[in-house]
Ligand binder design. Structure first.
Ligand SMILES: [Zn+2]
Length: 72
């Protein structure tokens, strides 16, 4: 009987270890690199930095807003 209980205990330990290792090897939630966002100095809208129109100092969402300049 003691051997049977030991067998059950070993199975339980293996089960716990397998579960733990499965959890560890699970790929982490996709760490998405947040896209660099820029903020329009005129209207304040946020947009991808790659689309920004810059006057050298500030970023704008479009050419029109760059011409209008930063809202004071
Ligand atoms: Zn704008």
């Amino acid at each position: 009987m003691a051997k049977f209980l030991l067998f059950i205990a070993v199975l339980a330990v293996i089960y716990v270890l397998v579960r733990a290792s499965n959890r560890r090897t699970k790929p982490p939630p996709e760490a998405r690199m947040p896209e660099a966002m820029a903020q329009c100095a005129h209207c304040g809208v946020h947009f991808p930095g790659a689309e920004s129109v810059s006057d050298g100092e500030r970023d704008y969402c479009c050419e029109d807003h760059r011409r209008l300049g930063a809202r004071s």
